[in-house]
Design a protein around this ligand. Structure first.
Ligand code: GYE
Length: 335
């Protein structure tokens, strides 16, 4: 029986292999049609491969929506990948885009370091790369065409300056806890730096604990619980984004403290839920960080594809909000 079956099994296996090879060949043909080598997609549209960080925050959701909407409006074919906050997934997505010969690659690098190899691969394939939102620390600036995004150091500095002013009459030490963004990310590194520089102006302002909450609500809540257990006197929370601040609110309330009163809360982003917390008196100050990068990104994609020169750094325009300003601005917020 066994001997009889073996050839049949083998034949089947060979048929499977043949089918896989055929499918691969068909897919490869399909790719070379859409892949275009710079001539656009099937219908002549510019093809943009975009690797997104993830879906970790309200900011990120607004950013993804902005990019998708703007691509449709600009008549650009968008290939979109969500890397779930993992650098290895982003590298994989970028390599796929190179293989598919997209016209332009854009991505928001989850962390700052470790990009040189894959960026070099894109450059060697003749595909221009645009950085959006977050920067890389590559020394070779020719690896990408431009970086579109916020000045995170400034956001940290504005947050710190507000605190210096707000606590100028306080007596004794002002104990600050800091919820950092994703470890190694540009916004976490830069916001920490800007804030530290600003509060150095007043020696009574002291950061007594600083830890990553990975830019998520769950992370913010969990780390704030630890902070509250370890430190009986916390006067200020500086959270690197709204979502971590919103998560921390739950921990603060559960610990029997009143957010915005017992603990002064400063965050960054100014997404709707954050602005609502500010208008409700639970947050005290927000430095804005705009996620609406889509239209500018599409514009840049068209320009670099056409071989036009673009400025190496394009900064987003932003403001700050107090509780009163949040009440006024909320009805017209787009995200
Ligand atoms: O502040 C945070 C998000 O890179 C500016 O990432 C972005 C940050 C934003 O998760 O909410």
């Amino acid at each position: 029986m066994r001997n009889m079956r073996m050839p049949m099994a083998r034949r089947r296996a060979m048929a499977v292999v043949a089918a896989v090879l055929l499918a691969g060949a068909v897919a490869a043909c399909g790719n070379s049609d859409t892949g275009s080598g710079g001539d656009g997609g099937d219908d002549g549209k510019l093809v943009l491969g975009f690797s997104q960080v993830g879906a970790e925050s309200g900011w990120r959701t607004a950013n993804t929506n902005s990019i998708k909407e703007a691509a449709t409006e600009a008549g650009i074919e968008l290939k979109f990948d969500d890397a779930q906050q993992k650098q290895e997934n982003q590298i994989k997505a970028i390599r796929n885009y190179i293989q598919q010969k997209v016209d332009v690659i854009a991505f928001s690098p989850v962390v700052e370091s470790g990009w040189d190899t894959v960026l070099k691969e894109a450059k060697d394939a003749g595909i221009p790369v645009i950085l959006t939102d977050r920067a890389v620390d590559s020394a070779d600036k020719s690896l990408y065409k431009t970086f579109l995004g916020s000045d995170f150091v400034k956001e940290g500095r504005l947050s710190g300056e507000w605190l210096v002013e707000n606590k100028k009459d306080a007596t004794g030490d002002v104990n600050i806890v800091e919820l950092q963004g994703t470890t190694g990310s540009a916004p976490a590194n830069d916001r920490k730096k800007g804030f530290a520089e600003a509060i150095a102006a007043d020696p009574k302002l002291k950061v007594i604990a600083s830890q990553s909450g990975d830019f998520t609500r769950a992370g913010g809540k969990q780390v704030m619980e630890q902070f509250l257990k370890a430190h009986p006197k916390i006067d200020v929370l500086f959270a690197h984004n709204d979502d971590m601040g919103l998560g921390a609110l739950e921990a603060i309330t559960a610990a029997g403290k009143e957010p915005g009163k017992d603990i002064t809360i400063i965050t960054i982003d100014a997404v709707k839920d954050g602005m609502q917390a500010l208008a409700d008196g639970k947050f005290n100050f927000i430095a804005e960080c705009s996620p609406l990068l889509g239209p500018q990104l599409m514009d840049l994609a068209k320009k670099v594809h056409a071989g036009e020169e673009v400025p190496p750094r394009i900064e987003t325009e932003e403001t700050t909000f107090t509780q009163e300003q949040a009440k006024e601005a909320l009805p017209n917020r787009k995200y």
